[in-house]
Write a protein that binds this ligand. Structure first.
Ligand code: ADP
Length: 328
């Protein structure tokens, strides 16, 4: 047999080590029936009949499940109750932020409970995988579909930002597809609260009593908003590019090189003999990849000429055929 080149061998070894380290963090497979203990808003508790494995993340595993006495399937996201401190923190933020979100393009958070040393999140089921799976499988999707998904994701970003939340980890792998093929943002593990309005005033008041030497001027300027939330618009720019070409624009073998290319906006669209890409979508991506203070907000994005330059699908055209997804 041919020997693997040494570099690849090392890479494979590192990947295997990472995999086994991660498996230690994953919870064991759940029992066939998971019991939600009684709580103040649900005196009798609930039994969930656990179905197939949907996927594994950094520290969570996710199964399909059906609450007894209901025909509606949900997703159970499971993590160990005792996690390394850093993950515990990530998970607490995720819980707090995700549970306050309610939007048609954000995975609905139903409830959370503890059972047999694991924490369970009951989430809206997205049975069609992630946007990344679909885009990779199809090696890029049509501009009409990109219009459809970009409007949905921009709507979810507008909602989060209005609530003072920055997602900070938007990517195709964190955007799931529901049974009608709508995009739903999931995984709020890196999300953060943006200080605005009242909180900002409180902070201004309290910090001004303390030492002023270390306070950035934008914190002090009344009414002036920072640009922190614009990191999500940058990510949307990357997502739009990737939906069309099936690769992120700055893809490289090393992280340093990715950062260098991002800083220099060093990216290329496929040549016209490989794939036709409209000028409008190129303009839209370029606008989202500008410096933070110049990036368009979600309303400006959906007002861009890309969305009127070609076909915009109806929801009914995106829904997969019923025979593929028999009624529950
Ligand atoms: P982590 O926070 O550990 O990264 P994820 O939230 O990414 O975990 O979930 C792990 C995997 O579980 C995902 O990649 C996806 O395959 C699946 N998954 C997560 N949430 C849902 C959901 N609501 N519906 C269907 N599958 C889901």
């Amino acid at each position: 047999a041919q020997r693997m080149p040494r570099g690849n061998e090392l890479k494979a070894k590192a990947a295997a080590q990472l995999k086994s380290a991660r498996e230690k963090e994953h919870p064991p497979p759940p029992p066939a029936d998971v019991i939600e203990p009684p709580s103040s808003d649900r005196k009798d508790g609930v039994v969930y009949h656990v179905g197939k494995l949907l996927g594994k993340g950094g520290f969570a595993i996710c199964h399909e499940a059906r609450p007894s006495g209901s025909s509606k399937r949900i997703a159970l996201k499971i993590v160990k109750s005792k996690m390394p401190t850093k993950m515990e923190q990530k998970f607490q933020t995720e819980l707090q932020i995700h549970s306050k979100m309610r939007h048609q393009n954000i995975v609905q958070f139903h409830r959370a409970f503890t059972f047999q040393n694991c924490t369970y999140l009951v989430l809206e089921l997205c049975p069609n995988g992630s946007l990344m799976d679909m885009v990779k499988r199809r090696k890029g999707i049509t501009e009409a579909e990109v219009r459809y998904y970009t409007v949905q994701i921009a709507g979810a970003i507008k909602y989060m930002h209005a609530k003072g939340i920055i997602h900070r980890d938007l990517k195709m792998g964190n955007i799931f597809l529901d049974k009608h093929m709508n995009a739903k943002i999931g995984d709020f593990g890196l999300a953060a609260l943006l200080l605005t309005g009242k909180d900002m005033q409180v902070m201004r008041r309290t910090t001004l009593c303390g030492t002023p030497n270390y306070i950035a001027p934008e914190i002090l300027e009344k009414g002036k908003k920072g640009h922190d939330h614009m990191v999500d618009i940058w990510s949307l720019g990357i997502i739009v590019f990737a939906m069309i070409t099936s690769k992120p624009p700055f893809q490289s073998s090393t992280t340093d090189e990715i950062y260098r290319r991002a800083r220099d906006r060093d990216y290329e669209w496929p040549s016209s003999d490989q794939k036709h890409v409209s000028q409008e979508v190129k303009d839209l991506v370029a606008a989202m990849l500008q410096d933070a203070d110049k990036r368009p907000d979600p309303d400006t994005i959906v007002g861009h000429s890309f969305f009127t330059a070609g076909y915009m699908p109806e929801a009914s055209e995106m829904t997969p055929k019923l025979r593929e997804f028999p009624p529950e």
